[in-house]
Design a protein around this ligand. Structure first.
Ligand code: CMC
Length: 389
């Protein structure tokens, strides 16, 4: 099989060709299907971006309308799946609940499991797009001990999700259009990021010809880790700790720079961006405009900005080219919208779903791909005999 290349963490190994997302990490550029993220965040909608990522082109008004109706019609979960939520402890973190429920979807839809049958792929696509927000809202309701609300398909995806989380049966729920707009933009910013850890996981699992639900469930688990999507929750915990302990940003930075402390500045650094993450720039702008309006915590925003300021002028961060990433400011906005910390990574998953689906479909579009199977450098014992053998 020839020489093996040793590349832990796939620092320099491309595992696939892809026509979906372009990143220039040195320049801080991100484009979906060629369209700059700044233009999409300003002018598009999450539903339109979902279509763009999966099908490769912006939809016509008619195509978008059809796509929207199709996904709206599939938001309900099977009643039996509802019982499944009863099996978790009351304070369950919603991420494992989410991944378990996504995995369970494959038990309900045996007609959507063949990765190489275009009709089945289409069915699993719109089912997953429609049902993930319902599952996410159920996971949230479970954690606060409130009744789960059936979706209201007169609302769009984001409005329906917000109602599913914050509505109660006893009272009408008024969707706040400003919050819908802001959340829609945040979902656009998370929608794809080429071969990140969770997407590579989705591809890896899919390379064994596993169905879409199984592959995406694995992606949700990969996203849960604090070095990946879990960072948005970790950032807020970090800011709150700094606030509670009255630590100055300067002192906190000293702790971060001392490697022995094991403390990282969460929401900073990126494998690919060696410049300001273009998504973080947009999120910071949104936080500037909206935090006040949504009743956000100005003191935490202030701590975050002071940490950023300190980091950008500190040699440790400058030499290592560490800049704020997408997770640095998102949590402040989510919190101001009313979400508790443990829902933050779920919101990332809702955003990343179209990317996972688009990448999985791209991989399978030409039929079975090569199975993902890295090599290793063996460093264990050489042959030795079992006692008495
Ligand atoms: N705080 C302090 N030092 C850092 C940080 C940080 N946040 N990130 C990287 N470094 C240092 C690291 O110690 C290393 O220093 P040295 O060369 O002296 O050993 C150098 O910078 C390179 O770091 P690395 O860990 O080798 O880089 P990586 O590309 O393997 O890791 C990362 C990328 C995102 C996992 C890492 O920067 C990190 O742990 N950041 C904090 C967690 C975070 O915000 N994750 C979100 C990533 S972006 C979106 C997402 O996926 O959710």
């Amino acid at each position: 099989t020839g020489a093996v290349t040793y590349d832990p963490g796939f620092m320099n190994t491309a595992n696939t060709e892809s026509a979906i997302t372009y990143i220039d990490g040195a320049e801080g550029i991100l484009r979906y299907r060629g369209y700059p993220i700044e233009q999409l965040a300003e002018n598009s909608s999450f539903q339109e971006v979902t279509y763009l990522l999966i099908y490769g082109e912006l939809p016509t008004a008619q195509q978008l309308d059809d796509f929207d109706s199709l996904t709206r019609r599939h938001t309900l979960l099977n009643e039996e799946l509802k019982n499944f939520f009863g099996g978790f402890p009351r304070d369950a973190h919603p991420m494992p609940v989410l991944s378990s429920a996504v995995s369970a979807l494959s038990t309900y839809y045996p007609d959507s499991l063949d990765p190489f049958d275009p009709d089945q792929v289409e069915r699993s696509t719109y089912r997953l797009l429609a049902k993930l927000p319902t599952i996410a809202a159920y996971a949230y309701k479970k954690s606060v001990g409130q009744p789960m609300l059936y979706p209201d398909n007169s609302l769009d995806l984001v409005g329906n999700f917000l109602r599913g989380c914050f509505g109660v049966p006893a009272e009408p729920y008024e969707v706040d259009p400003d919050i819908v707009k802001a959340l829609d933009t945040l979902l656009i910013l998370h929608a794809d990021h080429e071969q990140n850890c969770s997407t590579s996981t989705v591809r890896m699992v899919g390379s064994s010809q596993a169905n879409l639900f199984a592959s995406v469930s694995a992606g949700v688990n990969a996203l849960y880790g604090p070095a990946h999507g879990g960072a948005n929750e970790a950032v807020l915990n970090m800011l709150k700790e700094i606030q509670a302990e009255g630590t100055s940003p300067e002192d906190f930075m000293e702790k971060v720079k001392n490697k022995e402390s094991g403390v990282r500045l969460m929401g900073f650094g990126h494998r690919v961006y060696k410049n300001y993450d273009p998504r973080a720039r947009i999120v910071k702008g949104l936080a500037d405009d909206l935090l006040h309006k949504f009743g956000g915590d100005d003191e935490l925003f202030d701590i975050a900005q002071r940490l950023e300021q300190k980091a950008l002028e500190d040699d440790y961060f400058v030499e290592r080219k560490l800049y704020p990433n997408v997770d640095f400011y998102t949590g402040l906005l989510y919190k101001a919208m009313g979400f508790p910390e443990k829902m933050f990574t779920v919101l990332f998953a809702l955003g990343r779903l179209p990317g996972w689906i688009a990448q999985w479909r791209e991989m399978n579009a030409q039929g079975p791909t090569k199975i993902g199977r890295p090599r290793q450098l063996y460093i264990g014992e050489s042959k030795r005999d079992y006692p008495g053998a």
